[in-house]
Write a protein that binds this ligand. Sequence first.
Ligand SMILES: [Zn+2]
Ligand SMILES: [Zn+2]
Length: 152
Amino acid sequence: MMTDSSQRVADAGLLADSIRLAGLKVTAPRLAVLRALSDSPHSNADALFGAVHSELPGTSLQAVYGVLAAFATAGLVRKIEPAGSPALFERRVDDNHHHIVCTRCSVVHDVECAVGHAPCLTPADALGFDVRAAEVIYWGLCAQCQLETTHP
Ligand SMILES: [Zn+2]
Ligand SMILES: [Zn+2]
């Protein structure tokens, strides 16, 4: 049985490996942002800053934005931008999964690719494009909000 602290060291090793594999230098803020994203997927920069700041008080919000931009460019994180919401980030990058968003409380969940491969939707006319991906966001009321709106 590993103790909590040795588990944390092992996790840090894995996080560092994935940063290196993406071709980036491992730094303390990058490790902290990636750990925060592992703990809470679909987080925005402000929320990640909150998590990182308690661990590394010297980190600025601007630095967190910089880390996220580098991660997104390197393909280490995926950025999603539901209308009316700040950009959200997640580590799940290697599939064509979609998102379902609550119009009332803004909770975001992953949903599997509707067809099973990208691009999940084929346009009636692709206008000569080689279409690689279709980004789908399903909007609706989550189960909790349905309860709260029918039994206020
Ligand atoms: Zn909701
Ligand atoms: Zn997702």
